[in-house]
Design a protein around this ligand. Structure first.
Ligand code: ADP
Ligand code: MG
Length: 694
């Protein structure tokens, strides 16, 4: 249960003064729906209103806060001209100007003859000194309402600076000081304020330094967030390990036979990774290992051999894929190899229904089926196993931590192997997986040739298509990729369909297929299958081919509107070719004008095929938060910490979390209790379940 001190922070924002039904949805979109979410929304800059000159000292182009006596209101003769109010002090004249003014409002707020403090940007026009639409106009006794340093917040449509400022001040009032969770000596050494003070300081900067990521208040808040994350990861990981693993020890016979039957020998890093996995499985500690390998590095075979080890030991294994296409493809890969050695396989997705499904469920429960490949359908409660020993989760960035946990609960102490082609930089790795064990496939299978990548404008597209025929004559297979994004889905789909028709008329209707995310599963499979078998030579596709699809004969890829794809996505896409022994070509076609960042991305793609280099460059171009589309990647998005700036904090937080779990494993001490509050504060509630007295 969430501690009571936090209740006010987890109320919805409409409980705050000034947040009505109109503002609420905009605010929720900007920050999130709870009070705590606005608190995390720190200013990105500030307007300095400390300059309080006399009128004749006011500098053009600078913000000034000036006390003036209101003089004559000059109502414009014509709506296109501004409403003018002539003001004075003992040094000169200041003209306040308002376009599209409401005269009665202005005569009420700025009555002639009264003293007012106005604050805004000064502009000189010839002899005249002007302030257009002052940001503040208050009575002298209310001058404190004008903050000397007025924070500027990132905004969205429907939320103004002024309103957001008020909402944030109201939400600050809801805070209480919380019991300190920081290590006292660390806090002292760093000179960090208490939590509530830090929050106040974050929102009420008194000088420009306070807005820097290095300001003590900000660093503290960032540290809190990182500590919560690392502690939560530590708890989850320990929780998964505590259910002691059962040693899975096979005799190696199946593995030996299958390895022999392969048309290739394993690469060095496939061998090493497999050895690491097997060692984990054989030990009595539960495996939680990440197998990281670039697209085409050959992860599937490592997974299969691990699965066979589970079968040798009398158990079962599952391999989870993010899509039905991939699940089926995996089955196609492993089925013949397994059949040859008497291992039974099946596929289970949402598409297996009725009798077929019943038979599969029966086979899993009785143990008649040894290896099941599938999608999240494998999670469902009706799916039972006789003795599930290993779960392999492929392309994990589409799975959440929760799903991983659920899967692990299907057996007694299921070893978990997560496979990803996403080259996660070290820093992000730590935040996403804590100290999860990692195996890496660094070398590509022998015989692969580098991909010739070229970047060209869409004006060249016609000649590209023209030259394609000669390639097709030699039996080449081509991916023709069209973008499809949600925001412009209809248009994108129409463009892909047009391209399909056009290519059909050029190369023959039977030669060109179309596959997109909106198609029914069965139809998708059929098209993919035709392409794989060579019945189609050109496959027009939206990014459904992005992950994992394996057609080694495909050697040409054309990506239209490549400027609209992210680096990681382009890299994934390109990984679909260059998988066989033939030389491959990738054409990245862009539409002009090409933006700076897009140009940079395409340049990187042309220069390297190394997923890690690409990931690092991506990190530079986009910033950690956005990398890999964090929302679905399972990599947490930080609200307060910025990994590019706070890297050293992350290391400290990781050590801190480890120490805490060593010294106070159940978070029972006073600090431990405070740390529980921290976990709730950053909504890492799931981790608390791993405490004995959660
Ligand atoms: P990914 O890591 O992207 O999942 P796959 O497991 O799909 O890669 O393997 C890509 C292709 O490489 C497959 O066709 C596979 O049979 C082949 N392959 C895997 N290992 C090797 C190897 N050691 N030598 C040659 N080809 C291999
Ligand atoms: Mg794969």
């Amino acid at each position: 249960m969430r501690p009571e001190v936090l209740f006010p922070l987890f109320k919805t924002q409409n409980t705050l003064k000034g947040v009505g039904p109109k503002l609420e949805p905009h605010l929720a979109r900007l920050t999130g729906e709870h009070v705590v979410d606005v608190l995390w929304h720190l200013p990105s800059g500030a307007i300095d209103r400390t300059f309080q000159p006399k009128i004749d000292e006011a500098i053009s182009g600078q913000v000034a806060t000036i006390t003036v006596r209101i003089g004559q209101h000059v109502v414009p003769s014509n709506r296109r001209r501004p409403y003018r109010i002539i003001c004075h002090d003992d040094t000169g004249t200041l003209v306040l100007t308002f376009f599209h003014a409401h005269g009665d409002y202005l005569s009420r707020t700025l009555p002639e003859g009264e003293l007012r403090v106005v604050s805004g940007l000064i502009e000189h026009y010839g002899e005249e000194i002007q302030m257009s639409h002052p940001d503040h106009m208050v009575k002298v006794e209310d001058v404190d309402e004008i903050l000397r340093l007025e924070p500027l917040y990132p905004l969205t449509h429907g939320v103004s600076q002024k309103i957001l400022g008020k909402v944030i001040q109201a939400s600050l009032k809801e805070t209480k000081d919380l019991p300190e969770w920081l290590d006292a000596s660390l806090q002292e050494k760093k000179g960090w304020p208490k939590w509530q003070e830090a929050l106040f300081a974050g929102h009420n900067p008194t000088d420009m330094q306070d807005l820097q990521a290095s300001a003590p208040a900000r660093v503290r808040l960032a540290y809190d967030e990182l500590l919560a994350n690392q502690l939560a990861l530590g708890l989850v990981r320990r929780g998964m390990r505590r259910a002691k693993g059962l040693p899975t020890i096979g005799d190696g016979l199946l593995r030996k036979k299958v390895t022999k039957a392969l048309p290739f020998t394993l690469t060095k890093s496939q061998q090493t990774s497999l050895a690491e996995v097997i060692a984990d499985m054989e030990s009595d500690v539960r495996m939680l290992r990440l197998l990281q390998g670039d697209v085409g590095s050959g992860k599937t075979i490592v997974a299969l051999l691990a699965a066979l080890a589970a079968v040798e030991a009398g158990g079962q294994a599952v391999m989870m894929a993010p899509t039905v296409i991939l699940a089926r493809q995996h089955l196609k890969t492993i089925e013949p190899l397994c059949q040859a050695v008497g291992v039974n396989t099946t596929v289970l997705t949402g598409r297996e229904k009725g009798k077929t499904r019943a038979a599969i469920l029966e086979g899993l429960k009785s143990g008649g089926i040894h290896i099941a490949v599938g999608t999240h359908a494998l999670f469902q409660s009706e799916v039972e196993f006789q003795d599930l020993k290993l779960a392999v989760v492929d392309e994990q960035h589409k799975f959440g931590v929760h799903q991983r946990l659920e899967l692990a609960q299907k057996g007694r102490a299921v070893d978990v192997l997560v496979m990803t082609a996403t080259p996660i930089p070290r820093t992000l790795m730590l935040t996403a997986y804590g100290d999860m064990d990692v195996s890496r496939l660094l070398d590509k299978p022998a015989g692969r040739q580098p991909i010739d990548t070229r970047v060209l404008p869409s004006s060249k597209l016609a000649s590209v298509a023209g030259r394609l025929q000669s390639k097709l004559d030699t039996g080449a297979r081509v991916y023709w990729v069209c973008p499809l994004i949600e925001e412009s889905e209809k248009l994108d789909l129409a463009a892909a369909e047009d391209r399909h028709r056009q290519l059909q008329s050029m190369f023959g209707a039977d030669n060109v297929g179309l596959v997109h995310g909106r198609m029914k599963g069965k139809d998708k499979d059929a098209v993919m299958e035709d392409f794989k078998r060579g019945h189609l030579s050109i496959l027009v596709a939206t990014t459904v081919i992005e992950v994992g699809v394996d057609v080694p004969e495909a050697t040409i890829m054309i990506v239209e509107h490549s400027e609209r794809f992210g680096l990681a996505q382009l890299h994934q896409l390109r990984g679909r070719i260059g998988r066989g022994s033939g030389a491959s070509t990738c054409l990245l076609v862009y539409k002009t004008p090409l933006g700076k960042v897009a140009e940079q991305r395409l340049k990187i793609m042309r220069e390297t095929e190394d997923g890690f280099v690409i990931a690092e460059e991506d990190l530079k171009l986009r910033g950690a938060g956005e990398l890999l589309g964090t929302r679905q990647s399972g990599i947490p998005e930080f609200r307060l910490a910025d990994l590019e700036i706070h890297q050293d904090l992350l290391a400290t937080a990781t050590d801190d979390a480890k120490m805490i779990l060593n010294q106070d494993p159940e978070l029972q001490t006073k600090r431990g209790q405070a740390l529980r509050t921290l976990l709730y504060l950053f909504e890492r509630d799931a981790a608390i379940k791993f405490l004995r007295s959660g």
